[in-house]
Design a binder for this molecule. Structure first.
Ligand code: SAH
Length: 504
């Protein structure tokens, strides 16, 4: 049995870009991950699928798993020889009870490591556009807990804090907000001293409130501010409007459903996130290679019959080459054949296997691919179409009407899936979803199938191309179509609509 080991890892405040490289590296090696409520969904998604996940989420006054029990879990799992990663929000030692979790490990000679994290005290300020210190305003930063020990009384040296003239940051302070602000005012702090709250700092649902020590509590009540939130007091808060950058991102505050299969959703999800949107992944289809695909085997045996192969998706290319590789063959097998691809992504996938596409239409769809091929194909050249079992007949019809000989070999089935559809339905009914992205007609079909009787009038769909838009139209969805059939062009469309205005 290998030796057990525990790493206490700071997960940062939420944004997945804010975990350290060391933290992410350790996380990727985890056998067991023990995490709290403050660890964001984005970071939880980074946990390797094979690792055991233990949620010991705890919040103010609500401890589903007691600290002693967490300590015991860490000990037990490490004694079993596991690499145990204890993920904690922010920094493990900034009000994280990290020290307590190490005691039992120390007593039992379990090797451990601690990886610092970016504390919310600094990060939430930063994402709120508030510099923690600024030479013109203050020269110190103080991080204070606003939460008393269980059974204890909160006792804060307000007088001393007031005299420091620094930036004060309170964590876990919402339930004692009134006590904190009154305490500062009673200690002589000007009630017009700027103060701010950043709720869900660094996350797509971040909210910010800038007021004064005198008005903060009332305004927080009006806004319904909830935990987790940091409270900041100090003149630096006045810079918040000027330096606000995160909440000014063009798609900040928009929730966008991504319906592509998981394996290919990465680029779109990442780009949306960069622009400040909150992408919600809801894969509506999955691609399953056709097993025992006799037609494919036959076509490959007789490949010299064909002048062209047409690929209509990245998936098709992957499945085709997986098959060739399984037979000990590679790209050289296609040396004497020309290849057409439906769009730039498919052409890129082909390049990844070492081949350059001979033809990609300017408009990325099956009709334009077939039309283009019809114009350049040599006399008597036969075409092999490699596509999806549910593909439309556009290519076939155009080749037929041009008297071009062809064989069509479907490579995969497209299954509709609907994991967590209840959650998504709720988002739609509550009007929380702004847009939905469709990158193929099949994602539209999959989505509609999974949504049953959900009213969809509130949604605007962004479709990658005309075929996808036709599918959306069939179900009376409100939609816009990207100018070019690319992910970037879909994003351009979203940026134009921004606040939800459709201009075409
Ligand atoms: N170790 C953590 C703090 C744990 S105490 C850290 O270094 O950040 C828990 C408190 O942290 C919460 O009550 C809240 O005040 C603050 N907090 C944690 N994550 C936050 C976030 N994303 N936005 C705002 N405050 C946060």
């Amino acid at each position: 049995m290998k030796d057990g080991f525990v790493a206490l890892v700071g997960a940062g405040p939420g944004d997945k870009g804010l975990i350290t490289l060391r933290g992410a590296e350790l996380l990727s090696q985890a056998d067991v991950v023990v995490y709290d409520r403050l660890v964001s969904e984005e970071i939880i998604k980074m946990i390797p699928p094979e690792a055991e996940k233990i949620d010991v989420g705890k919040e103010n006054k609500f401890h589903p798993v007691k600290q002693e029990e967490i300590n015991r879990i860490l000990l037990k799992k490490s004694l079993e020889g596991n690499t145990v990663i204890r993920l904690k929000g922010g920094d493990p030692f900034v009000f994280g009870r990290g020290g307590e979790e190490l005691e039992l490990l120390y007593e039992n000679n379990i090797p451990f490591e601690v990886v610092p994290g970016i504390t919310s005290a600094v990060a939430a300020l930063c994402y709120g556009g508030i510099p923690a210190t600024h030479r013109d305003f203050c020269s110190s930063l103080h991080i204070i807990t606003g939460h008393a020990r269980e059974g204890g009384q909160l006792s804060i040296p307000f007088q001393e804090l007031k005299e420091l003239n620094g930036t004060l940051v309170f964590l876990m302070g919402l339930s004692s907000l009134s006590y904190l602000m009154k305490g500062l005012i009673n200690a002589g702090m000007d009630k017009d001293m700027p103060a701010a709250i950043v709720e869900n700092g660094t996350r797509p649902n971040q909210r910010k409130l800038v007021a004064t020590v005198g008005t903060l509590e009332q305004k927080a009540l009006e806004m319904g501010i909830k935990s987790p939130a940091i409270i900041a007091v100090g003149k630096v808060c006045t810079l918040s409007e000027k330096f606000s950058w995160f909440m000014k991102k063009p798609l900040f505050g928009t929730k966008i459903l991504v319906t592509r299969p998981k394996a290919s959703s990465g680029t779109l999800v990442e780009k949306l996130r960069q622009l400040g949107a909150e992408p919600v992944e809801y894969p509506c289809i999955e691609v399953v290679p056709i097993p025992e695909n006799e037609e494919l085997y036959r076509a490959c045996e007789n490949l010299s019959e064909y002048g062209w192969i047409l690929f209509t998706s990245k998936n098709g290319i992957q499945i085709f080459f997986d098959y060739l590789n399984s037979k000990g063959l590679d790209a050289r097998f296609l040396a004497n054949i020309k290849i057409g691809t439906v769009g730039s992504q498919t052409a890129r996938a082909l390049k990844e296997v070492g081949l350059i596409s001979d033809f990609t239409p300017e408009i990325f769809d099956g009709s334009h691919l077939a039309q283009g091929i019809a114009e350049i194909i040599g006399k008597n050249e036969k075409v092999l179409i490699c596509d999806a079992a549910i593909a439309s007949d556009d290519i076939v019809n155009i080749l037929k009407s041009n008297n071009i000989k062809f064989d069509r070999v479907p490579l995969y089935h497209t299954n509709y899936i609907n994991e967590n559809s209840d959650e998504i339905r709720k988002l739609i009914v509550d009007g929380e979803l702004n847009y939905i992205t469709f990158t193929s007609a099949s994602t539209v079909e999959g989505f509609i199938t999974s949504m049953k009787d959900t009213p969809l009038e509130s949604l605007t769909a962004v479709c990658i191309g005309n075929q996808t838009a036709d599918a959306a139209d069939k179900y009376n969805l409100r939609y816009v179509v990207a100018e070019k059939s690319t992910i970037d062009s879909m994003i351009d469309k979203l940026l134009k609509m921004g606040g939800g205005i459709i201009d075409d």
